[in-house]
Design a protein around this ligand. Structure first.
Ligand SMILES: Nc1ncnc2c1ncn2[C@@H]1O[C@H](COP(=O)(O)OP(=O)(O)O)[C@@H](O)[C@H]1O
Ligand SMILES: Nc1ccn([C@H]2C[C@H](O)[C@@H](COP(=O)(O)OP(=O)(O)O)O2)c(=O)n1
Length: 678
């Protein structure tokens, strides 16, 4: 997951490969609750691991269910309450998960006990009044602890559940959120023991496919609900939840929409047939699978089997669409971004429910699409989008994401813009709600020309702080990090271990060794073959040997391809001696970092002592000057600032001040409108 303040996506050109998607959020949280209400233990496979499922799991533990990890990585075992009462009193934090807040409110109200349900600030702005009204009709005592009609709320059944009015049909509004109906459908079987219980929907039911999922999953847990035209539902007398033993969660169809769109928008990478999506097929029970029809109408070529989909670009540019999106409210946001690549004007209708989701999605989408250069008309319940007329009309935008995972995910697709502009996604970690590794997954199947991938070079003499500053910048930007000095250090180590003296006589042999170094970088660890050499290469002696080996031209040449290989999406920060002069001459920012000899000797001394090495200031200073002299005077790629480098003497700066200066220089070079936070 990218926990950076923002993530800059470089312009992307092609895509191809296979993605495995995380489990569906809607199915995961429904199955968790149903398992918790059942008699017996349920093993749930391929459960989504995200913010919303985590709050649900924590709540289930709090009310007394046993939750254990299953045998597989994404599997969990839940032992349900069965006939036991939930543990109470309890205060349940439900984050911003509507799929936890609504059904838990209904189920706990009917189970008895005293509960407070609360969430993040946005959750307290998301309506729940219609559900509470329906439960109060039944006789439940539920109090609002903040604003009337919104969480947080208290279920005040410490003395047990009051007598319930189950004879008359329970009325609930269906035109604000289908989650209210889902909540009642999952809770009422708990009390439909002696008699049939009826629910009547008031107003047109939105998001019917989500109700269809609820009904299918109820059936898996032993409850057969009948309905008349989605307006009247009957839960039969004698209902009792029974665990199916084990159940598998399909991949999330809404998450799939980004990769279906990707296949439709991006030219296929060479040798690939577009994007293959594993974990769900055309026969999925999730309503958002019908996004496929909409994507096809815009031009996507989609085929599929029982557990996979394959998507390729078909018609190009895409074709504008006019669609009632009531059946695919979440995935329809992806259509809004596809409209940026379509000829004509796309109209998405019947999307008023967007206004009460994680944010007011209608307003958010309109604002952010306009930033990119699209013409957008925002209606009370529709959005009309016309793509930028020419490539030159696109704008480099910093996309605000409103703590809404779907805004972040769909706008990443704007990186395929024909103007080859980067796209900034603010607060990328908001994707954790449903798809924590979204950007990693996206990056695993997209490609672009190297010149689009930004590189920051930090060159300079030893102990100037290059490595420290480069690593911190890389972390702050979510970029890859290349410690090129490590390549020379490892080469020197490998040469000496092979019995090769580091001199011109062995240049060809050492170069051959360097070309096929079995080196791997795993986070902080550097592996040579199977051996962790992270410490062995950090001694002063290893530094001096590296300096010697780096003076051999054939060795330098042999390491070029390895270093170029680090230039990967989304970007790179590289530190060394010749990053800006030789390896990445087209880098957008080159910094030459330096400090006085006295200061650098002091830093190295402290660094070595703190690592438990012996160090003598006089010797260190002499070594440092010798190394500077060798690195600066060698025939190939000597240590010197690139012509276009910015020189930064940080003798009197702290690490933080140094990082800040480079950060400011980098932000000044970005095309995004001012005002983005870093
Ligand atoms: N601006 C600075 N002020 C003080 N100490 C610094 C500064 N920059 C780096 N250091 C410290 O100096 C030591 C050497 O830094 P390092 O990043 O290893 O340098 P290089 O990669 O240039 O050899 C580290 O212990 C680091 O914490
Ligand atoms: N891009 C690079 C990086 C390092 N080298 C050489 C020269 C240096 O003295 C050694 C060791 O580099 P390294 O950056 O690890 O050393 P310091 O951390 O600056 O002490 O490798 C190089 O020639 N070109």
């Amino acid at each position: 997951m990218y926990a950076t303040a923002f993530l800059d996506l470089p312009a992307l050109t092609t895509a191809g490969g296979t993605v495995q998607l995380p489990g569906s959020k809607s199915i995961s949280n429904r199955v968790l609750l149903l398992a918790a209400l059942s008699e017996g233990t349920t093993t749930i496979d391929d459960l989504l691991d995200s913010d919303d499922t985590r709050v649900m799991l924590a709540a289930l533990r709090d009310i007394g269910c046993a939750v254990e990890p299953g045998a597989q990585p994404h599997s969990v075992r839940i032992t349900g309450l069965g006939t036991h009462a939930p543990r109470s009193p309890a205060r349940l934090f439900l984050g911003n998960a509507g799929t936890a807040m609504r059904p838990l409110t209904a189920a706990l109200a009917l189970l008895g006990g005293e509960f407070e349900l609360f969430g993040v600030a946005r959750m307290h702005e998301r309506p729940i009044g219609d559900l509470v009204d329906a439960l109060r009709q039944l006789g439940c005592r539920i109090d609002y602890l903040g604003n009337e009609g919104y969480p947080p709320l208290r279920i005040a059944h410490a003395q047990g559940v009051p007598a319930l009015a189950l004879q008359a049909p329970i009325r609930v509004r269906g035109d604000v959120s289908s989650q209210f109906l889902t909540a009642l459908l999952m809770a009422l079987p708990l009390v439909a023991t002696q008699q049939d219980v009826h629910i009547e929907v008031q107003g047109e039911l939105i998001s019917k496919p989500y109700i269809a999922i609820t009904l299918q999953l109820l059936a898996r847990f032993g409850i057969e609900v009948a309905h008349e035209n989605w307006q009247r539902f009957t839960i039969p007398a004698g209902s009792r939840y029974r665990s199916p033993g084990s159940i598998h969660v399909e991949a999330d169809a809404s998450s799939a929409s980004y990769f279906i769109a990707l296949g439709a928008i991006a030219a296929s990478a060479e040798g690939q047939n577009g994007i293959k999506i594993m974990g769900l097929g055309l026969d999925s029970i999730q309503g958002d699978i019908r996004f496929v029809e909409a994507a096809r109408a815009m031009g996507a070529q989609v085929t599929g089997g029982p557990n996979w989909l394959q998507v390729q670009r078909g018609r190009w540019p895409l074709q504008a669409l006019e669609l009632d999106c009531n059946h695919i409210p979440d995935a329809a946001m992806t259509l809004a971004v596809m409209a940026l690549y379509a000829e004509g004007t796309t109209t998405l209708r019947n999307i008023a429910s967007w206004r009460v989701k994680e944010t007011d999605r209608l307003a958010a989408m309109a604002t952010e699409l306009r930033k990119l250069g699209a013409q957008v008309e925002e209606g009370a319940d529709f959005l009309r989008i016309t793509a930028p007329a020419r490539a030159a009309d696109w704008r480099a935008a910093s996309i605000h994401t409103y703590d809404d995972h779907r805004v972040a995910m769909c706008f990443a697709l704007a990186a395929f813009n024909p103007a080859r502009l980067p796209v900034r996604i603010e607060d990328p970690k908001c994707v954790a709600k449903t798809f924590p590794d979204y950007f990693e997954t996206l990056f695993s199947v997209v490609q672009t020309a190297p010149q689009h991938i930004p590189v920051i070079c930090i060159d300079g003499p030893t102990a100037s702080g290059k490595g420290t500053v480069a690593a911190r910048l890389a972390q702050r930007l979510g970029y890859h990090f290349l410690d090129s000095g490590a390549m020379y250090r490892i080469t020197a180590l490998a040469a000496l271990r092979s019995g090769l003296a580091i001199d011109a006589a062995h240049e060809a042999q050492i170069a051959a060794l360097a070309q096929s170094l079995p080196v791997r970088f795993e986070g902080e660890r550097i592996l040579l073959g199977d051996e962790d050499v992270s410490s062995a290469i950090r001694t002063e002696e290893a530094g001096m040997n590296a300096s010697r080996v780096s003076a051999l031209p054939a060795v330098r040449q042999a390491l070029v391809a390895l270093q170029h290989g680090f230039r990967r999406v989304p970007g790179l920060v590289a530190d060394g001696r010749d990053m800006g002069t030789v390896i990445f001459p087209d880098a957008r920012l080159k910094v030459f970092l330096t400090a006085s000899v006295a200061e650098r000797a002091e830093r190295r001394h402290k660094q070595l002592i703190s690592k438990g090495f012996n160090a003598n200031m006089q010797d260190l200073r002499a070594d440092l000057e010798a190394r500077d002299a060798r690195d600066s005077t060698r025939s190939v790629a000597p240590l010197q600032p690139a012509q276009d480098a910015l020189v930064l003497d940080n003798s009197h700066l702290t690490i933080e001040q140094t990082v800040e200066q480079v950060w400011v220089w980098w932000q000044e070079r970005q095309p995004f409108a001012l005002g983005a936070q870093g």
